[in-house]
Design a protein around this ligand. Structure first.
Ligand code: GLU
Length: 290
């Protein structure tokens, strides 16, 4: 079976040089291994994703000379798949509803921090400080029935216990801090991550592992900004009984000041560069693919 690769952008902005680098690396890996390249549109965040950004993704990738298999998987069309995975985790007793608003969470963190340092996740956000996990079942049902919004969180301690430790992944690329080969996963560093919300039956972490498995992706080529998230992905894969892919994280393309590019980084946007007369070969040079 030919290996499967995927480029999985979110249509919440225009593509920039960092996306071009990732897409080109995936395209090249597929070509050099006789593999298949899939394009997945990660559009579960209805508040930030827009059709014009999705249309621009196709246009920019075609212009770059990248070819991918059709049909494209759009996550918003597969919510039932994510709901089924969520239900499996719930049936294992690993998911609980947390009712605190963002403001309440910030307040709780401030209270905890008054007593000493409070842990932050690898992205820099404070770990969930709430106590919804220990709410009695009847209180949970009452709150849900009353229509209060909630997030469905993974009980990280129980999940790690169930996965029975020793989680690792195979890093083929440039992991952070030189990590390469068999890398230990540390999902507990993320605390009780959100897997879904009352109004959205999934999250980035959940849908990415479900899709990579359903689509048979064997080698995940993506930016180092997702290196630490791989710990959560490995945990979910084990809990859901999904196959283990290999990971090839790549360096991030930075701006002239050495900062990671954001969706709004105008001068490094592919459309801006194209309008300025840069050709696809020039894009390859700008991202160091020469
Ligand atoms: N959709 C994610 C992003 O645009 C990438 C997901 C992944 O490669 O795992 O950052």
């Amino acid at each position: 079976m030919p290996p499967v690769f995927r480029f999985a952008p979110s249509p919440n902005g225009y593509l920039h040089l960092g996306h071009a680098y990732s897409a080109l690396l995936n395209f090249e890996r597929a070509r050099e291994t006789g593999g298949r390249l899939l394009l997945r549109i990660e559009d579960i965040d209805a508040t930030r994703c827009r059709p014009e950004f999705e249309a621009a993704i196709y246009e920019d990738l075609v212009w770059l000379g990248i070819d991918w298999e059709r049909p494209v998987r759009r996550q918003s069309e597969h919510l039932a798949d994510y709901r089924a995975a969520l239900e499996r985790l719930s049936a294992l007793g690993l998911v609980y509803p947390a009712f605190e608003s963002r403001a309440e969470i910030a307040k709780l963190v401030a209270i905890r921090e008054a007593d000493g340092p409070w842990p932050h996740d690898p992205d820099g956000a404070p770990l969930y400080p709430g106590e919804s996990k220990s709410l009695p079942a009847d209180e949970r049902s009452r709150l849900i029935a009353s229509g209060v919004p909630y997030a469905l969180r993974l009980d990280m301690a129980a999940a790690c216990q169930r996965a029975a430790g020793g989680l690792t992944w195979s890093e083929l690329g440039e992991g952070l801090d030189g990590a390469r080969g068999i890398v230990p996963a540390r999902p507990e560093a993320w605390g009780d991550v959100i897997l879904a919300r009352k109004e959205t039956p999934t999250s980035y972490h959940l849908s990415v592992v479900v899709d990579d498995a359903l689509q048979g992706v064997g080698e995940i080529v993506r930016g180092q900004d997702l290196f630490h998230a791989t710990s959560v992905h490995r945990l979910l894969q084990v809990l859901l009984g999904l196959p283990e892919p290999a990971y090839r994280h790549h360096r991030l393309v930075c701006d002239a000041e050495g900062r990671k590019l954001s969706k709004s980084s105008g001068s490094t946007g592919l459309r801006e560069l194209r309008a300025a007369g840069i050709m696809p070969a020039g894009i390859r040079q700008l991202v160091g693919l020469g």
